[in-house]
Design a protein around this ligand. Structure first.
Ligand SMILES: Nc1nc2c(ncn2[C@@H]2O[C@H](COP(=O)(O)OP(=O)(O)OP(=O)(O)O)[C@@H](O)[C@H]2O)c(=O)[nH]1
Ligand SMILES: [Mg+2]
Length: 223
């Protein structure tokens, strides 16, 4: 159910290898509105209370992309963890990233480069969307050119979790990007991991096959 705290069994990331499962992570400083954006998209609501995310929260969503059902896990954690550096498993197997800043706080825009560097360390090629949130508080900000997105050729969305502007578009596009990344993955690490998995599978098969005939040969023939 949406908003459920992550239970250990749900953190089994093997499921993201299945075709119909995608993982989308959310990055950005504390209080930029990551959790509020999720709330707006998944529940079409907004509670203006100040509640920082402490641990990991998984939001589950079912989407339809090109007629196919896709199970989406949105991963949300506290932005203040930046100072301790995010745990590697947060990035593990992620298929897309939503990276948020607050148009009212310049520092959150400046910090995007730190977030982006960390993201690329773990996931060099997943699609990443830059999100300018809270435009309801200062609509003039939509006229500003934010060079960070241009510099890295990333899409930039102006949104508001408070009034819902562009929120559905943002999440629908993120899901599409995640699915298409997964289908056409050119991520070097993914390729290496897949190759290693198939080698170890082949090895297991060979071992199994190798054992069977030996058993037959060694069994005493009835005389
Ligand atoms: N005006 C306005 N306020 C917003 C908007 N989105 C979020 N806020 C406010 O910003 C504050 C922080 O929002 P959160 O969603 O908790 O921020 P967060 O990024 O999840 O923060 P951490 O969990 O600490 O990392 C809350 O008080 C929200 O009410 C928005 O679009 N417009
Ligand atoms: Mg939060």
């Amino acid at each position: 159910m949406a908003g459920d705290r992550a239970k250990p069994c749900e953190l089994d990331q093997e499921k993201y290898d299945a075709d119909d499962n995608v993982k989308i992570i959310c990055l950005g400083d504390s209080a930029v509105g990551k959790s509020k954006l999720m709330e707006r998209f998944l529940m079409d609501g907004f509670q203006p209370r100040q509640l920082s995310t402490h641990a990991l929260t998984l939001y589950k969503h079912t989407a339809t992309v090109d007629g196919k059902t896709v199970l989406v896990d949105f991963w949300d954690t506290a932005g203040q963890e930046r100072f301790q550096s995010m745990h590697a498993s947060y990035y593990h197997k992620a298929h897309a990233c939503i990276m948020v800043f607050d148009v009212q706080r310049k520092i959150t825009y400046k910090n995007l480069s730190t977030w982006y560097a960390e993201l690329r360390e773990f996931r060099p090629e997943i699609p990443c969307i830059v999100v300018a949130n809270k435009i309801d508080a200062d609509i003039k900000m939509t006229q500003k050119s934010f060079s960070f997105a241009r510099k890295f050729s990333l899409p930039l969305y102006f949104v508001s979790a408070a009034d819902g502007t562009n929120v559905v578009k943002l999440f629908s596009d993120a899901i599409r990007l995640a699915v298409s990344y997964k289908q056409n993955s050119r991520d070097f690490m993914d390729e290496v991991l897949q190759e290693l998995e198939s080698i170890s599978l082949e090895q297991k098969e060979e071992d199994m096959l190798g054992k069977e005939p030996r058993g037959h040969v060694e069994s005493p023939s009835p005389s």
